[in-house]
Write a protein that binds this ligand. Sequence first.
Ligand code: ADP
Ligand code: MG
Length: 270
Amino acid sequence: PDPTSDRGPPRVLAFANQKGGVGKTTTAINLATALAAEHKVLLLDLDPQGNASTGLGISREDRGAGTYALLVAGRPLTELIRPTAVPNLSILPADPDLAGAEIELVTFENRERRLATAMAAARPTLAEFDFVFLDCPPSLGLLTLNALVAADGVIVPLQTEFFALEGISQITRTIDRVRRALNPRLQLDGIVLTMVDRRNNLSELVAADVRGFFKDKVFETVIPRNVRISESPSHGLPVLLYDFRSPGAQAHLRLAAEFLKRERSRRRAA
Ligand code: ADP
Ligand code: MG
């Protein structure tokens, strides 16, 4: 039997890094799409820019009620979930009001637990999913904090560029702090090296440095810089549907296989 396909609570993973443009959304939607071949996946778009929503074909005008309605207005998660063009992949889009949530949430009691509480209230619905992905905004504000409090693990997409190690120490310190104060379950699950250019020496040096420091936390699979990946969001499609044979799509398939292998050994160890 496949240990990753029972119907317990889903694995909840936050895709986080305080830097923008490092591949959080790209990794979240493409890993979700690859996993959806065999698993049920829900993606929550927690970035007011709504790139995960747009990237899965839900345009700004079509977004309607989503994560803002959930976190601020307290609407039930179950009634806000929508299908996407990808079978087995559902989404809770970022509604246009989400930009105000960082500020509005400040006045709430338990403001960092709004998402965890909303998810706990929707347990029967969430039990239908194997994985819930939380696509975080490029900051360590209240929206990301809500994701880290609700998550079991964090996947950190990291662009291999100068100062990459400094950038990652900020998110790992935040994970440690959240684990101590708010969510003892939270783990750094993995680091995905993104936009890797094998012809670029710096890119290779940084990758070696990150691996030297974070060891097997770093996925062996790297995501290459690939123009098909950057084209796909404007078509409202994950690169896996936009151009399946492209190096970017194939890298995400390999990432998904490696991810599932890790999930199985994690479950065996648990
Ligand atoms: P984040 O969510 O961290 O802000 P995105 O995933 O939105 O980052 O990526 C930022 C931009 O870079 C997007 O326009 C995306 O299409 C592009 N991009 C992401 N990964 C790659 C890649 N491997 N190759 C080429 N372009 C990429
Ligand atoms: Mg993003």
